[in-house]
Design a binder for this molecule. Structure first.
Ligand SMILES: [Zn+2]
Length: 286
């Protein structure tokens, strides 16, 4: 297939995917446009015709599975998630928070197709998935979580809170992405005898690095959530919240953290932590 036909086909796949996601109310309007740009970049930048599919498919695995866990147990989560700044419909900032680093890595891979970059990309996606799994399934935990910094018991859904259920869920979310990546690099390798991405590592080590970096990134997310993320206080309800305007209509006061560091920025930071950990491990072990 020539380059142009390939690009057009990629664009059609991305557009169909984005329109379905918008119709299913998984993305806002601005989120849909950003998702099309991210999807197209992941298709086109990695250059190798097969590599593009792997990058796009992996980000789609994250998008679909994280949406599934967001919707899981929705009724029980309703009360807890009222204090979250955002609901389950992904907007522009959320797509950028999860898509910017992958696109940057795809651009780097375009310049220098290197398995270290692909492994870093997979780890970045694993962090995003681990974090969503931990947040969305962790809040369903019956026992109260503890704050990652002080180990004091806090309410469900508080930024920086960790629980056994949440950490297990982080493992599951990270392992799902790692497994999808292994399948994506193994199946074509079986068909064509060409295994390039993780070849210097071997599948078990590749899998372990990605899962480890994913879980570590999600713990970094909790740590940032408990320390630098902006948290607000509603005077009227005497409640801690991520919202600048509380659900009761009251303007909230900055309680702790840094004003511009919201949940999306924390997500971006934690994917960078996971990516750096994976790149470092790959560099020293491969
Ligand atoms: Zn209030």
């Amino acid at each position: 297939m020539n380059q142009l036909a390939q690009w057009l086909l990629s664009l059609i796949v991305v557009l169909v995917f984005a329109i379905f996601a918008f119709q299913l109310n998984l993305l806002t309007e601005s989120g849909t446009i950003a998702a099309v740009l991210v999807g197209a970049a992941l298709f086109i930048l990695p250059a190798d015709p097969y590599a593009g599919w792997a990058w796009f498919v992996l980000l789609s695995v994250f998008f679909l599975s994280s949406n599934a866990v967001t919707r899981f147990g929705k009724a029980r989560k309703e009360q807890v998630s009222q204090e979250f700044a955002k609901g389950g419909v992904r907007d522009l900032a959320q797509v950028i928070a999860n898509g910017a680093v992958p696109v940057l890595l795809a651009a780097l891979y375009h310049v220098s197709p290197n398995p270290l970059i692909f492994t870093t990309f997979v780890a970045v996606v694993a962090v995003a998935n681990a974090d969503t799994f931990a947040t969305e399934l962790g809040v369903l935990s019956k026992s109260k979580p503890v704050l990652i910094t002080t180990f004091k018991r806090v309410e469900n859904g508080v930024s920086g809170a960790v629980s056994g259920v949440g950490t297990l869920a982080a493992f599951a979310g990270s392992a799902l992405v790692a497994l999808a990546a292994v399948l994506l690099i193994s199946v074509p390798a079986l068909l064509t005898g060409k295994i390039e991405f993780a070849a210097p590592l071997g599948v078990p080590l590749f899998f372990t690095i990605v899962v480890f970096a994913g879980v570590l990134g999600s713990l970094a997310d909790s740590l940032f959530g408990a320390t630098i993320q902006a948290m607000y206080w509603c005077k009227r309800d005497k409640k801690e919240t991520e919202r600048k305007i509380h659900k009761c209509g009251q303007k909230t006061l900055l309680l702790r953290g840094v004003k511009w560091i919201d949940n999306d920025v924390v997500n971006l930071f934690s994917t960078i932590v996971g990516g750096v950990v994976a790149a470092g491990l790959f560099y020293f072990l491969a």
